[in-house]
Design a binder for this molecule. Structure first.
Ligand code: PLP
Length: 430
């Protein structure tokens, strides 16, 4: 019995499912999760002393690698000066300025403490500004766990969404509609029929919470045009893609200006964080200037601001070139392995985030993704774990590379992946 297993037995008596966020419980692969005690650079070490090459990277937040000396030093300095005051500090200005310089569409912003909160507040501002109730989202995009975002499609894109969690009333989800990702025609049809009700379209500009699903050419532009034409707002949820796909995030990469942007993960340098921002006229709806109430005791925390500021300082052009090189090498290597061993699957990548989808040839929508081979993924996950690679414990997630990963890590990853994929049986039921 491993120490992680013993710790998990203890944890399940404290926390539902033993965890404080469901994906950590490994329900998508079975088995018990590892307890991690240390992270350094590209590696994490578990309670049993085994070290792994980490491809989760705190779900993308750890873009600098774990415990980067400069980030740790900035955190220590900030902490020594006081952990937080609930009053304005210069750290907010420093991080806020870095974000606005990187994303010019963000004229004003507000710091919050999670991505969930960023989306929840952005949606409230959008409704207040437009004086309309409905939010259109896409199936497979995750926007945190606020009531109105925990929805699944109703009987069609023109009907209101249904709760996707117990405890969420239909009276809330009736103000959300769900369209298929990459289906610009569904959005146009909705706008044509119900524009006067539509407050905002919210989208992950590169979907990364159903595995990596890139936007098809023209999709994001179609959303920009459809929303602008009818007076609704376009919200980019860049909680993952912000500072991941380049300093300007997905909006910089695809040259599309949203009205509002949600951020999280990377901008906290590994500490709890969120932010939302955008057009000044929209953001000035917020209290204390405007009528939209929104607040946070620990928002703009100086230690978090320091970690974020120092992390963003590491993300220069050379850093993104390195991430791009690693991502391209990993994707090409995996594709070669799939072809060489006639394994059904595909690799979808944007920059330094990628997903190996086993059992499907491509994925443009959640419906495509749901056809993947879960049994085959499970075998891949445990095969890689055995060989020292800590992958997301679900086939519906992205792998994240960091500045601490090197080409040799990718080489080792690929030889392990070849070994595993060559030996796992073909077809379902592995
Ligand atoms: C992680 C994530 C969120 C939620 O952020 P939390 O900090 O977990 O609340 C929202 N949107 C996207 C796109 C995310 O990836």
């Amino acid at each position: 019995m491993t120490l992680s297993t013993k710790l998990y037995d203890e944890a399940v008596r404290l926390f539902p499912g033993g965890v404080n966020s469901p994906v950590r419980a490994w329900r998508n692969v079975g088995g018990t999760p590892l307890f991690l005690v240390r992270g350094r650079g590209a590696t994490v070490t578990d309670a049993d002393g085994k070290t792994y090459c980490d491809l989760i990277g705190s779900w993308g937040a750890a873009i600098a690698g774990h415990a980067h000396p400069r980030v740790v030093q900035a955190v220590q300095q900030a902490a020594a000066a006081g952990l937080g005051f609930g009053a304005p500090t210069t750290g907010e200005i420093e991080l806020g300025r870095a974000i606005r310089e990187a994303m010019p569409a963000i004229e004003r912003l507000r710091m919050v403490t999670s991505g969930t909160e960023a989306v929840m507040s952005a949606v409230r501002v959008a409704r207040a500004f437009t004086k309309r109730p409905t939010i259109l989202k896409f199936a497979g995009c995750y926007h945190g766990h606020s009531d109105g975002m925990l929805v699944r499609a109703g009987s069609g894109p023109m009907t209101f969404a249904l709760p996707d969690s117990a405890g969420v009333p239909e009276s809330v989800t009736m103000h959300t509609v769900v369209a298929d990702y990459n289906a610009a025609d569904q959005v146009r049809a909705y706008v044509a029929a119900k524009a006067s009700e539509l407050a905002a379209v919210i989208v992950e500009p590169v979907a990364a919470n159903m595995g990596v699903v890139p936007p098809q050419p023209g999709f994001l532009m179609a959303l920009r045009e459809a929303t602008r034409a009818c007076g609704a707002l376009l919200i980019f949820d860049e909680v993952i893609t912000g500072f991941r796909l380049g300093r300007g995030g997905a909006q910089g990469r695809f040259a599309i200006e949203p009205d509002l942007t949600c951020l999280g993960k990377i901008i906290g340098g590994g500490l709890p964080v969120g932010a939302f921002g955008g057009r000044a006229d929209v953001m000035e709806q917020l209290a204390p200037v405007g009528p939209v109430y929104q607040a946070g005791t620990l928002a703009g925390n100086p230690v978090t601001m320091a970690a974020g500021r120092e992390t963003l300082a590491l993300l220069d052009a050379a850093a993104y070139a390195h991430l791009e090189t690693l991502g391209a090498k990993m994707a090409a290597g995996l594709e070669t392995i799939l072809a060489r061993h006639r394994v059904a699957g595909c690799v979808q990548r944007v920059g330094s985030m990628l997903t190996l989808f086993l059992g499907i040839e491509r994925a443009a929508t959640l419906t495509d993704v749901e056809r993947l081979d879960r049994a085959r993924f499970r075998a891949f996950f445990f095969g890689m774990l055995e060989r020292g690679f800590y992958l997301p414990p679900s086939p519906f997630e992205a792998m994240f590379l960091s500045l601490a990963h090197g080409e040799e890590d990718v080489d080792e990853f690929l030889s392990a992946a070849e070994d595993v994929l060559r030996h796992t049986p073909h077809g379902a039921g592995a």
